[in-house]
Design a binder for this molecule. Structure first.
Ligand SMILES: Nc1ncnc2c1ncn2[C@@H]1O[C@H](COP(=O)(O)OP(=O)(O)OP(=O)(O)O)[C@@H](O)[C@H]1O
Ligand SMILES: [Mg+2]
Length: 227
């Protein structure tokens, strides 16, 4: 197993609101997302899980502290480079799946490859490979509305992996799934993490996700600490 750490947060601070009513959500958080492992961030609603994912994915900036991706401070990169590195290195998986309803499963998976201007043949081959791997070979032509929640999330995972980003950030990926489906989606994320040496971060409230973690970080103490 690789011990490389492609993504880390160092002394991350992020708060919201004006002075007086301000809430400091993250206060000096350090974490590492090592390759070949699932790092689970847990904590109740409002603990700061999504806030953390937004910082690590470059969607939001920390008030202080650093996000280090492949040795570079993510937030010091100029905007075009930040966008490029996010597309190439980060695969995002969402609670509500985040699929485009008018596109088929195959077309949804292809989106990141189009954004990177991958050649048509390469895109088609990669999409077919991912549909097979996700057990969706017969569903490539279906729109999200024609798929079950578990199938939609497998499309979401395939899309996240399409550009071979190496790092997966999944914010409560099982929250909308029943227990059996959630378990199978997490088992799939686990297999992919080991097979491909992915650096995987999953946030959750769900004990069955925590059970499948290699490392667990609890956030609620941070959020609940008095100002
Ligand atoms: N853009 C924002 N503006 C103001 N407050 C925000 C913003 N984003 C998050 N917060 C606040 O920060 C705190 C943490 O929110 P966050 O969404 O990170 O929690 P969470 O752990 O993801 O919760 P959940 O389990 O419900 O998804 C909450 O109190 C929330 O209201
Ligand atoms: Mg959240």
């Amino acid at each position: 197993m690789s011990t490389a750490v492609p993504l880390r947060g160092e002394a991350l601070c992020r708060g919201f609101g004006e002075a007086g009513t301000r809430t400091e959500v993250l206060r000096g958080l350090d974490l590492e997302i090592p390759a070949g492992q699932i790092t689970v961030v847990t904590g109740r609603s409002g603990a700061g899980k999504t806030t953390l994912v937004n910082l690590l994915s470059g969607l939001d900036r920390p008030d202080s502290g650093r996000v280090v991706l492949d040795g570079e401070d993510l937030h010091l990169l100029p905007e075009p480079e930040l966008l490029e590195i996010r597309r190439r290195r980060l695969g995002l998986v969402f609670q509500d799946f985040g699929l485009i309803p008018v596109l088929t499963a195959a077309e949804n998976i292809e989106v990141p490859l189009r954004l990177l201007s991958a050649p048509t043949g390469e895109r088609t081959e990669r999409v077919r490979e991912l549909l097979d791997r996700m057990g969706l070979a017969r569903h490539g032509g279906h729109r999200p509305g024609e798929l079950s929640g578990g199938q939609q999330q497998r499309v979401g995972i395939a899309r996240a992996l399409a550009a071979s980003p190496g790092i997966i950030l999944a914010d409560e990926p099982t929250a909308q799934l029943d227990a059996d489906t959630a378990a199978s989606v997490m088992d799939l994320i686990r297999e992919l993490t080991f097979e491909q040496g992915l650096a995987t971060l999953v946030t959750t409230h769900d004990p069955l996700v925590v059970e499948r973690a290699d490392r667990v970080l609890e956030l609620h103490h941070q959020a609940n600490r008095p100002a």
